[in-house]
Write a protein that binds this ligand. Structure first.
Ligand code: SF4
Ligand code: SF4
Length: 340
Protein backbone atom coordinates (compact mmCIF):
# COMPACT_ATOMS: atom_id res chain seq x y z
CA UNK A 1 0.00 0.00 0.00
CA UNK A 2 2.90 2.33 0.82
CA UNK A 3 4.28 2.23 -2.74
CA UNK A 4 0.80 2.93 -4.09
CA UNK A 5 0.23 6.01 -1.93
CA UNK A 6 3.66 7.42 -2.78
CA UNK A 7 2.93 6.97 -6.48
CA UNK A 8 -0.47 8.58 -6.16
CA UNK A 9 0.66 11.62 -4.19
CA UNK A 10 3.58 12.16 -6.55
CA UNK A 11 1.26 12.57 -9.53
CA UNK A 12 -1.06 15.07 -7.81
CA UNK A 13 0.87 18.15 -9.05
CA UNK A 14 0.78 16.74 -12.60
CA UNK A 15 -2.97 16.12 -12.24
CA UNK A 16 -3.53 19.69 -11.08
CA UNK A 17 -1.86 20.96 -14.23
CA UNK A 18 -3.76 18.54 -16.46
CA UNK A 19 -7.08 19.46 -14.82
CA UNK A 20 -6.28 23.14 -15.38
CA UNK A 21 -5.80 22.38 -19.08
CA UNK A 22 -9.05 20.39 -19.17
CA UNK A 23 -10.92 23.34 -17.65
CA UNK A 24 -9.74 25.73 -20.38
CA UNK A 25 -12.24 26.92 -22.99
CA UNK A 26 -10.33 25.37 -25.87
CA UNK A 27 -10.28 22.00 -24.18
CA UNK A 28 -13.99 22.16 -23.38
CA UNK A 29 -14.65 23.00 -27.03
CA UNK A 30 -12.46 20.12 -28.22
CA UNK A 31 -14.13 17.73 -25.78
CA UNK A 32 -17.54 18.81 -27.10
CA UNK A 33 -16.47 18.28 -30.71
CA UNK A 34 -14.91 14.87 -30.10
CA UNK A 35 -17.86 13.74 -27.98
CA UNK A 36 -20.38 14.85 -30.58
CA UNK A 37 -18.40 13.16 -33.36
CA UNK A 38 -18.08 9.94 -31.40
CA UNK A 39 -21.73 9.81 -30.44
CA UNK A 40 -23.22 11.34 -33.58
CA UNK A 41 -24.64 8.10 -34.88
CA UNK A 42 -26.01 7.14 -31.47
CA UNK A 43 -27.22 10.53 -30.29
CA UNK A 44 -30.89 10.13 -29.49
CA UNK A 45 -33.14 12.61 -31.22
CA UNK A 46 -36.11 13.79 -29.23
CA UNK A 47 -39.31 15.50 -30.15
CA UNK A 48 -39.11 18.95 -28.59
CA UNK A 49 -42.50 18.57 -26.90
CA UNK A 50 -42.74 14.95 -25.72
CA UNK A 51 -45.62 14.03 -23.43
CA UNK A 52 -43.80 11.39 -21.42
CA UNK A 53 -40.32 10.24 -20.43
CA UNK A 54 -38.63 7.96 -22.92
CA UNK A 55 -37.69 5.58 -20.14
CA UNK A 56 -38.45 5.34 -16.45
CA UNK A 57 -35.99 5.02 -13.61
CA UNK A 58 -37.27 3.50 -10.39
CA UNK A 59 -34.92 3.77 -7.44
CA UNK A 60 -35.56 0.62 -5.43
CA UNK A 61 -33.14 1.71 -2.70
CA UNK A 62 -30.61 4.43 -1.92
CA UNK A 63 -28.52 2.19 0.33
CA UNK A 64 -25.11 1.09 -0.88
CA UNK A 65 -22.60 -1.48 0.37
CA UNK A 66 -19.60 0.35 -1.11
CA UNK A 67 -18.35 3.91 -0.75
CA UNK A 68 -16.70 4.82 -4.02
CA UNK A 69 -14.31 7.72 -3.98
CA UNK A 70 -15.89 9.17 -7.16
CA UNK A 71 -19.55 8.82 -6.15
CA UNK A 72 -22.08 11.20 -4.64
CA UNK A 73 -23.12 8.52 -2.14
CA UNK A 74 -20.69 9.94 0.42
CA UNK A 75 -22.59 13.27 0.30
CA UNK A 76 -26.13 11.92 0.35
CA UNK A 77 -28.21 13.64 3.05
CA UNK A 78 -31.67 12.10 2.65
CA UNK A 79 -32.92 9.16 4.74
CA UNK A 80 -32.00 5.71 3.46
CA UNK A 81 -34.64 3.16 2.61
CA UNK A 82 -36.12 0.58 0.27
CA UNK A 83 -39.15 1.17 -1.92
CA UNK A 84 -42.18 -0.85 -0.76
CA UNK A 85 -43.41 -3.39 -3.32
CA UNK A 86 -46.89 -1.78 -3.35
CA UNK A 87 -45.45 1.55 -4.51
CA UNK A 88 -43.31 -0.20 -7.13
CA UNK A 89 -46.35 -2.05 -8.50
CA UNK A 90 -48.41 1.15 -8.69
CA UNK A 91 -45.63 2.93 -10.60
CA UNK A 92 -45.26 0.06 -13.07
CA UNK A 93 -49.05 -0.03 -13.58
CA UNK A 94 -49.07 3.72 -14.30
CA UNK A 95 -46.13 3.39 -16.69
CA UNK A 96 -47.76 0.47 -18.52
CA UNK A 97 -50.98 2.46 -18.82
CA UNK A 98 -49.21 5.26 -20.72
CA UNK A 99 -47.42 2.85 -23.05
CA UNK A 100 -44.58 1.42 -20.95
CA UNK A 101 -41.09 0.87 -22.37
CA UNK A 102 -37.73 0.56 -20.67
CA UNK A 103 -37.29 0.42 -16.92
CA UNK A 104 -33.98 1.33 -15.33
CA UNK A 105 -33.44 0.23 -11.74
CA UNK A 106 -30.14 2.00 -11.11
CA UNK A 107 -30.56 4.25 -8.09
CA UNK A 108 -29.34 7.87 -8.11
CA UNK A 109 -26.91 6.43 -5.58
CA UNK A 110 -27.30 3.01 -3.98
CA UNK A 111 -27.01 -0.64 -4.88
CA UNK A 112 -30.19 -2.25 -6.23
CA UNK A 113 -29.21 -5.71 -4.94
CA UNK A 114 -29.40 -4.47 -1.35
CA UNK A 115 -33.18 -4.61 -1.89
CA UNK A 116 -34.23 -8.17 -0.93
CA UNK A 117 -37.45 -7.76 -2.93
CA UNK A 118 -35.66 -6.85 -6.16
CA UNK A 119 -36.44 -10.17 -7.85
CA UNK A 120 -40.11 -9.89 -6.90
CA UNK A 121 -40.24 -6.37 -8.30
CA UNK A 122 -38.64 -7.41 -11.59
CA UNK A 123 -41.02 -10.36 -11.81
CA UNK A 124 -43.97 -8.02 -11.38
CA UNK A 125 -42.73 -5.60 -14.04
CA UNK A 126 -42.29 -8.52 -16.43
CA UNK A 127 -45.96 -9.48 -16.06
CA UNK A 128 -46.81 -6.31 -18.00
CA UNK A 129 -46.41 -6.82 -21.76
CA UNK A 130 -45.82 -3.06 -22.17
CA UNK A 131 -42.49 -3.30 -20.32
CA UNK A 132 -39.44 -3.93 -22.51
CA UNK A 133 -35.85 -3.75 -21.38
CA UNK A 134 -35.22 -3.98 -17.62
CA UNK A 135 -31.71 -3.01 -16.62
CA UNK A 136 -29.50 -1.75 -13.84
CA UNK A 137 -25.93 -1.07 -12.86
CA UNK A 138 -24.57 -3.04 -9.91
CA UNK A 139 -21.30 -3.14 -8.03
CA UNK A 140 -21.61 -6.94 -8.08
CA UNK A 141 -20.82 -7.50 -4.40
CA UNK A 142 -24.17 -9.25 -3.85
CA UNK A 143 -24.47 -10.63 -7.38
CA UNK A 144 -24.04 -14.29 -6.58
CA UNK A 145 -24.82 -16.85 -9.25
CA UNK A 146 -28.07 -17.64 -7.42
CA UNK A 147 -29.25 -14.03 -7.50
CA UNK A 148 -28.10 -13.59 -11.10
CA UNK A 149 -30.12 -16.62 -12.16
CA UNK A 150 -33.17 -15.45 -10.19
CA UNK A 151 -32.96 -12.03 -11.82
CA UNK A 152 -32.49 -13.49 -15.29
CA UNK A 153 -35.52 -15.75 -14.78
CA UNK A 154 -37.52 -12.82 -13.38
CA UNK A 155 -36.89 -10.76 -16.52
CA UNK A 156 -33.81 -8.56 -16.22
CA UNK A 157 -32.41 -8.10 -19.73
CA UNK A 158 -29.31 -5.92 -19.22
CA UNK A 159 -26.77 -5.66 -16.40
CA UNK A 160 -23.65 -3.54 -16.08
CA UNK A 161 -21.19 -4.41 -13.36
CA UNK A 162 -19.25 -1.38 -12.22
CA UNK A 163 -15.73 -2.15 -10.98
CA UNK A 164 -12.35 -0.48 -10.71
CA UNK A 165 -9.26 -1.48 -12.65
CA UNK A 166 -8.85 -5.20 -12.13
CA UNK A 167 -6.52 -5.28 -9.19
CA UNK A 168 -7.31 -5.70 -5.47
CA UNK A 169 -5.33 -2.68 -4.25
CA UNK A 170 -6.91 -0.42 -6.79
CA UNK A 171 -10.37 -1.73 -5.93
CA UNK A 172 -9.89 -0.88 -2.27
CA UNK A 173 -8.57 2.55 -3.20
CA UNK A 174 -11.50 3.37 -5.47
CA UNK A 175 -14.48 1.44 -4.04
CA UNK A 176 -13.16 1.68 -0.47
CA UNK A 177 -14.38 -1.77 0.58
CA UNK A 178 -12.57 -5.09 0.69
CA UNK A 179 -14.76 -7.04 -1.75
CA UNK A 180 -12.60 -7.51 -4.84
CA UNK A 181 -12.17 -11.28 -4.46
CA UNK A 182 -15.90 -11.79 -3.88
CA UNK A 183 -16.78 -9.93 -7.07
CA UNK A 184 -14.28 -11.86 -9.16
CA UNK A 185 -15.64 -15.10 -7.73
CA UNK A 186 -19.19 -14.00 -8.53
CA UNK A 187 -18.18 -13.22 -12.11
CA UNK A 188 -16.57 -16.64 -12.53
CA UNK A 189 -19.68 -18.39 -11.14
CA UNK A 190 -22.08 -16.36 -13.27
CA UNK A 191 -20.16 -17.06 -16.48
CA UNK A 192 -20.64 -20.78 -15.78
CA UNK A 193 -24.41 -20.39 -15.43
CA UNK A 194 -26.71 -21.93 -18.03
CA UNK A 195 -28.59 -18.60 -18.23
CA UNK A 196 -25.50 -16.39 -18.60
CA UNK A 197 -26.36 -15.57 -22.20
CA UNK A 198 -29.91 -14.61 -21.28
CA UNK A 199 -28.75 -11.25 -19.95
CA UNK A 200 -26.65 -8.72 -21.84
CA UNK A 201 -23.77 -8.28 -19.44
CA UNK A 202 -21.23 -5.45 -19.51
CA UNK A 203 -18.32 -4.40 -17.31
CA UNK A 204 -17.98 -0.68 -16.60
CA UNK A 205 -14.45 -0.05 -15.41
CA UNK A 206 -13.65 3.12 -13.41
CA UNK A 207 -9.89 3.07 -13.15
CA UNK A 208 -7.31 5.39 -11.62
CA UNK A 209 -4.62 3.94 -13.91
CA UNK A 210 -5.62 5.52 -17.24
CA UNK A 211 -5.43 2.58 -19.65
CA UNK A 212 -3.22 0.18 -17.68
CA UNK A 213 -6.29 -1.85 -16.66
CA UNK A 214 -6.51 -3.08 -20.25
CA UNK A 215 -3.37 -5.17 -19.76
CA UNK A 216 -4.46 -6.79 -16.50
CA UNK A 217 -4.37 -10.61 -16.33
CA UNK A 218 -7.75 -10.51 -14.53
CA UNK A 219 -9.35 -8.80 -17.52
CA UNK A 220 -7.79 -11.35 -19.89
CA UNK A 221 -9.30 -14.11 -17.75
CA UNK A 222 -12.75 -12.43 -17.70
CA UNK A 223 -12.67 -12.01 -21.46
CA UNK A 224 -11.77 -15.67 -21.87
CA UNK A 225 -14.80 -16.78 -19.86
CA UNK A 226 -17.26 -14.60 -21.78
CA UNK A 227 -17.10 -10.99 -20.55
CA UNK A 228 -16.37 -9.47 -23.92
CA UNK A 229 -18.46 -6.34 -23.50
CA UNK A 230 -16.48 -3.89 -21.38
CA UNK A 231 -15.32 -0.31 -21.35
CA UNK A 232 -13.42 1.90 -19.00
CA UNK A 233 -12.70 5.48 -18.13
CA UNK A 234 -10.67 7.58 -15.72
CA UNK A 235 -12.65 10.76 -16.47
CA UNK A 236 -15.58 11.17 -14.16
CA UNK A 237 -18.31 13.51 -13.10
CA UNK A 238 -17.89 16.00 -10.26
CA UNK A 239 -21.41 15.57 -8.83
CA UNK A 240 -22.24 19.21 -9.48
CA UNK A 241 -19.06 20.49 -7.88
CA UNK A 242 -18.98 18.16 -4.87
CA UNK A 243 -15.93 16.19 -6.04
CA UNK A 244 -12.65 17.78 -7.05
CA UNK A 245 -9.72 16.18 -8.87
CA UNK A 246 -7.55 16.42 -5.74
CA UNK A 247 -9.95 14.01 -3.96
CA UNK A 248 -9.56 11.38 -6.66
CA UNK A 249 -6.75 8.80 -6.61
CA UNK A 250 -4.20 8.13 -9.32
CA UNK A 251 -5.09 9.41 -12.75
CA UNK A 252 -8.80 9.81 -12.03
CA UNK A 253 -9.85 13.26 -13.17
CA UNK A 254 -12.95 15.36 -13.61
CA UNK A 255 -14.41 15.61 -17.12
CA UNK A 256 -14.29 19.06 -18.72
CA UNK A 257 -17.25 21.37 -18.44
CA UNK A 258 -19.41 21.31 -21.59
CA UNK A 259 -21.24 24.02 -23.43
CA UNK A 260 -24.85 23.77 -22.27
CA UNK A 261 -26.96 25.42 -24.91
CA UNK A 262 -29.26 22.50 -25.62
CA UNK A 263 -31.39 20.84 -22.93
CA UNK A 264 -29.68 17.96 -21.17
CA UNK A 265 -30.88 14.64 -22.52
CA UNK A 266 -31.77 13.56 -18.97
CA UNK A 267 -34.73 15.90 -19.29
CA UNK A 268 -36.17 13.68 -22.02
CA UNK A 269 -35.09 10.35 -20.76
CA UNK A 270 -34.73 10.05 -17.09
CA UNK A 271 -37.82 10.75 -15.02
CA UNK A 272 -37.00 9.04 -11.75
CA UNK A 273 -39.06 7.97 -8.79
CA UNK A 274 -36.96 7.93 -5.65
CA UNK A 275 -37.52 5.11 -3.15
CA UNK A 276 -39.73 7.35 -0.98
CA UNK A 277 -41.97 8.27 -3.93
CA UNK A 278 -40.58 11.72 -4.70
CA UNK A 279 -40.01 12.41 -8.38
CA UNK A 280 -37.07 14.12 -10.04
CA UNK A 281 -36.27 15.03 -13.63
CA UNK A 282 -32.69 13.75 -13.31
CA UNK A 283 -32.09 10.26 -11.99
CA UNK A 284 -28.36 10.72 -12.37
CA UNK A 285 -27.36 13.75 -10.35
CA UNK A 286 -30.25 15.08 -8.25
CA UNK A 287 -28.65 13.44 -5.23
CA UNK A 288 -31.29 14.21 -2.60
CA UNK A 289 -34.21 15.04 -4.88
CA UNK A 290 -34.24 18.56 -3.44
CA UNK A 291 -32.85 20.54 -6.39
CA UNK A 292 -34.85 22.59 -8.88
CA UNK A 293 -35.29 19.34 -10.81
CA UNK A 294 -37.68 17.95 -8.15
CA UNK A 295 -41.11 17.11 -9.58
CA UNK A 296 -43.43 16.40 -6.64
CA UNK A 297 -44.60 13.04 -5.33
CA UNK A 298 -45.94 10.03 -7.22
CA UNK A 299 -48.69 9.52 -4.60
CA UNK A 300 -50.12 12.93 -5.47
CA UNK A 301 -49.93 12.92 -9.26
CA UNK A 302 -49.70 10.51 -12.17
CA UNK A 303 -46.30 9.78 -13.65
CA UNK A 304 -46.89 11.86 -16.76
CA UNK A 305 -48.20 14.97 -14.93
CA UNK A 306 -44.98 17.06 -15.09
CA UNK A 307 -44.74 16.35 -18.82
CA UNK A 308 -48.30 17.36 -19.58
CA UNK A 309 -48.57 20.39 -17.29
CA UNK A 310 -45.41 22.02 -18.69
CA UNK A 311 -42.97 21.59 -15.78
CA UNK A 312 -40.57 19.43 -17.81
CA UNK A 313 -40.73 21.79 -20.75
CA UNK A 314 -40.01 24.72 -18.41
CA UNK A 315 -36.83 22.97 -17.24
CA UNK A 316 -35.73 22.35 -20.82
CA UNK A 317 -36.46 25.97 -21.69
CA UNK A 318 -34.10 27.09 -18.94
CA UNK A 319 -31.25 25.44 -20.86
CA UNK A 320 -32.26 27.16 -24.10
CA UNK A 321 -32.41 30.49 -22.22
CA UNK A 322 -29.04 29.97 -20.52
CA UNK A 323 -30.74 30.04 -17.10
CA UNK A 324 -29.67 26.63 -15.86
CA UNK A 325 -30.92 25.05 -12.64
CA UNK A 326 -28.14 25.37 -10.02
CA UNK A 327 -27.50 21.61 -9.91
CA UNK A 328 -26.85 21.61 -13.68
CA UNK A 329 -24.41 24.54 -13.81
CA UNK A 330 -21.24 22.69 -12.90
CA UNK A 331 -22.50 19.17 -13.70
CA UNK A 332 -20.13 17.15 -15.89
CA UNK A 333 -22.68 14.45 -16.59
CA UNK A 334 -24.52 16.70 -19.02
CA UNK A 335 -25.04 15.53 -22.58
CA UNK A 336 -26.97 17.53 -25.17
CA UNK A 337 -30.24 16.29 -26.62
CA UNK A 338 -30.85 16.82 -30.29
CA UNK A 339 -34.37 18.09 -30.77
CA UNK A 340 -36.58 18.07 -33.83
S1 SF4 B 1 -20.80 4.25 -7.45
FE1 SF4 B 1 -22.38 2.72 -6.98
S2 SF4 B 1 -21.27 1.21 -5.76
FE2 SF4 B 1 -20.08 3.06 -5.65
S3 SF4 B 1 -20.80 4.14 -3.81
FE3 SF4 B 1 -21.91 4.93 -5.59
S4 SF4 B 1 -23.78 3.79 -5.61
FE4 SF4 B 1 -22.33 2.63 -4.35
S1 SF4 C 1 -26.98 18.73 -16.44
FE1 SF4 C 1 -26.49 17.15 -14.90
S2 SF4 C 1 -27.88 17.55 -13.19
FE2 SF4 C 1 -28.67 18.66 -14.97
S3 SF4 C 1 -30.19 17.29 -15.90
FE3 SF4 C 1 -28.20 16.92 -16.92
S4 SF4 C 1 -27.22 15.24 -15.81
FE4 SF4 C 1 -28.88 16.05 -14.52
Amino acid sequence: MKTVSVTISSIQPLKRILQGVLESKICAWLFDEVWNLRHRRHLPVFSSRPLRSRELTIEVTNICNANCVFCGYQFQARPKGIMPIERFRAIVDNYALIGGGMIELTPVVGEALVDPSLEEKVRYARTRPEIGRISFVTNGILLTRKRFEALAEAGVTHLTLSISGLDREEYERVYRVDRYDIILRNLEDIAASAVFAKVQFALGIRSDTLRAWRRSPALARLRAIGYTNYGGTSFLDNWSGRIQTARLPGFMMIRPQRTKRLPCWMLYNSTTILHDGRMTACGCRDLDGTSELALGHIDQQPLQAPWIDGRMEALRQRFRDGNLPDVCRDCRHYAPAREV
